[in-house]
Design a protein around this ligand. Structure first.
Ligand SMILES: C[S@@+](CC[C@H](N)C(=O)[O-])C[C@H]1O[C@@H](n2cnc3c(N)ncnc32)[C@H](O)[C@@H]1O
Length: 336
């Protein structure tokens, strides 16, 4: 489920990097946007090609340090902003000729190892899960959402089948004392009948809280929408996902905008030329056996990409309608 990976101590493995390079073809030069700079794995590789320029974003202030070494090395060819990628449209990029926009979703190994961020169920102390530029923490979510809201977050963002039971136990326990990271793990364990799991028993609940705290659903949806608006026709959007909910959103976005559509079922389908995207690979690209051998943690990665054919107005309606139920759950945060 986690993203960029460092199984050995020093080596950094940007996931599916060779596949990404062969899709975006930086050898021909151009401007690329790396929406999830992280340790700069993708950016550094693109900048190895002399006629390229990279605009990079990351929400985590920790990325600023790495970005400043690249700024020194590459000067005007590299520009970094400590912003969320939903901010893309507000960056005055209209004069840029954007070739490709890349998203490597989720969190990095460095972030999960940072115990202050509390992304791991091995962390101690207060619940947190903020990746950067956040309004509230997992502690607020666990202590302030009501039972029904917690249950929905766990069920829809984590696909946790014991959501109801876990939400009830949280409500009972939080009346007695503050719930910290290890107390939450204990509550989850005590809600489960079986003691044997393929993945850690708290994985799904922690995933759901991370998605909620970082508003990852609206980030992804508006990230895709805004990327589409600023990309030049012929340009590509490339997305690496790490869990089924992310992949479902990306798949629907590309697929629904690349198929013959009709305005209503009584109207003829519109021409293929009216499609916004062209998809080359229907199936997602996954890591090769060689990559899996070197970096086993890349096993859940899925890469999808689409080529923008033309500018189309109001294309965002469909995706907003389809995933409105998830955006409504994310809106529970209004009271935090
Ligand atoms: C998997 S890592 C990217 C690693 C990068 N590709 C590399 O090779 O070093 C994901 C990064 O995306 C950042 N991130 C996640 N959601 C974001 C968002 N909505 N806006 C900006 N950055 C985000 C995280 O802070 C993290 O650094």
């Amino acid at each position: 489920m986690n993203a960029t990976i460092f199984p050995e101590k020093k080596k950094h493995y940007p996931v599916l990097i060779n596949e990404i390079i062969s899709i975006i073809t930086p050898q021909y030069g151009g401007t690329f946007i790396d929406c999830t700079f992280g340790q700069g794995g993708y950016t550094k590789r693109i900048l190895e090609y002399p006629k390229t320029k990279v605009i990079a974003l990351d929400r985590d202030p920790e990325s600023i340090k790495i970005s400043s070494t690249l700024e020194k090395k590459f000067g005007k060819r590299f520009y970094f902003k400590n912003k969320k990628f939903s901010f893309l449209e507000k960056m005055e990029l209209d004069k840029e000729d954007i070739n490709s926009i890349i998203f490597d979703l989720g969190y990095s190994h460095t972030q999960i190892k940072d115990m202050n961020k509390g992304l791991s169920f091995n962390s101690h102390g207060d619940l947190n899960m903020k990746m950067g530029i956040n309004d509230f923490s997992a502690k607020d979510v666990i202590h302030k959402l009501d039972k029904n809201e917690l249950e929905k977050v766990f069920k829809f963002f984590g696909e946790e089948k014991d959501s109801k039971k876990i939400a009830s136990k949280i409500i009972k326990n939080r009346e007695k004392k503050k719930i910290d990271t290890q107390e939450l793990v204990r509550i989850i364990k005590s809600s489960k009948k079986t003691k044997y799991y393929k993945i850690h028993v708290a994985t799904k609940i922690f995933q759901s809280l991370r998605i909620f705290v970082n508003k990852e659903i609206s980030e992804l949806i508006f990230g895709l929408i805004n990327a589409t608006k600023i990309l030049k026709p012929g340009g590509k959007i490339v997305v690496v996902t790490f869990h089924s909910l992310e992949d479902k959103i990306v798949k629907f976005f590309f697929k629904s905008l690349s198929e013959k559509r009709s305005i209503s079922r009584y109207m003829p389908k519109i021409n293929e030329e009216d499609n916004l995207f062209k998809i080359i690979n229907r199936k997602p690209i996954i890591p090769s056996n060689k990559e899996l051998e070197e970096n086993v943690l890349s096993r859940s990665a899925k890469l999808r990409f689409a080529i923008k054919e033309k500018n189309v107005l109001n294309f965002e309606k469909e995706i907003l309608k389809k995933f409105n139920y998830l955006l409504e759950i994310e809106n529970f945060s209004r009271k935090l």
